[in-house]
Design a binder for this molecule. Structure first.
Ligand code: SAM
Length: 279
């Protein structure tokens, strides 16, 4: 296990269970979990396909229990998985936490499209809390433009004193953010990197400055990266060495690790072709 700690961020290179066991119980304000979905993605050295659905679910239930132990009484948990398995997570988790929102992260796709069924264009997220009377929800931090009514400057005559419609609103449970694409500035070499904008909404809503945010399957460490931007502390766990090194660079601007350069590879369109230049 490798642990790197700097500037309020702890980056752990280990299996999820070993990493979680380093964290004191009831110490974390917010957990965002984006685990392998059991749909056969290629995470470098790691399999994303279990022998049976039951194996995947039992493995998941074990780290879900451990995550819940690490969460403060006032804490929140956001958890994702594939559409195929989210119902099982939902039924398991609702015995232990209150699920306040079942969120759909929707995106359009210009890539390969299904021709013989309706292709999947969303990923589900459960938003859960331990204590419905005491949890953080900064609705003012995440307001979005309210299009209907406000945009046309309509007046709401149902109010005791007729007033103009609000120009902002708290987002509902369908969130539209583009997926991370190769040409986007934030892109890293990982098959299921989550967008910065998605994590910004979650972290702004469900934590305050100085709070501790945990991501037990960090991948490219998007969660820790956003925490650094927003003044939160973070703990990130990732089993794969290459992804871990992306995290060290992304979150802590480290460019050399154990005597090796971990600078970002230039993208194909960034490579300068000197042979075409006139010196
Ligand atoms: C869906 S991805 C997370 C992507 C991440 N949210 C991001 O924005 O880059 C899941 C990650 O879990 C890692 N992983 C798989 N099995 C693991 C395990 N047993 N312990 C820790 N990490 C694991 C994979 O290597 C992969 O990077």
């Amino acid at each position: 296990m490798d642990i790197y700690e700097e500037n309020g961020h702890v980056l752990i290179n280990s299996d999820v269970f070993d990493g979680l066991n380093t964290i004191p119980d009831s110490s974390v304000d917010l957990i965002f979990v984006d685990p392998p979905y059991n749909i056969g993605k290629n995470f470098n050295t790691i399999k994303d396909r279990w022998e049976t659905d039951t194996d995947y679910l039992n493995w998941s239930y074990n780290w879900i229990d451990l995550c819940i132990k690490k969460l403060k009484r006032s804490g929140s948990l956001y958890i994702m998985t594939s559409t195929q398995f989210i119902s099982y997570y939902d039924i398991y988790i609702r015995q232990k936490l209150t699920i306040l929102s079942r969120i759909v992260w929707y995106y359009d796709s210009s890539g390969v499209q299904a021709k013989k069924y309706f292709g999947s264009l969303y990923e589900p997220i459960l938003f859960c809390v331990k204590d419905t009377k005491n949890y953080c929800f900064n609705n003012d931090e995440i307001r979005v433009e309210a299009k209907t009514g406000a945009k046309r400057k309509l007046i709401d005559y149902r109010k005791p004193v007729p007033t103009q419609y609000n120009s902002t609103k708290v987002p509902g449970n369908v969130w539209e953010f583009p997926r991370v694409r190769y040409r986007m500035e934030e892109y890293e070499n990982h098959p299921t990197q989550k967008p910065i904008a998605l994590l910004e909404r979650i972290i702004k809503a469900s934590s305050n400055e100085g709070d501790i945010v945990l991501d037990p399957f960090s991948g490219t460490f998007t969660t820790s990266f956003v925490c650094e931007k927003l003044g939160r502390k973070s703990i990130g766990i990732e089993i794969d060495k290459i992804y871990y090194q992306i995290g060290l660079r992304r979150v802590l601007n480290i460019e050399d690790y154990k005597g090796k350069s971990i600078k970002r590879e230039p993208k194909t369109y960034e490579v300068v072709d000197y042979s075409q230049m006139n010196f």
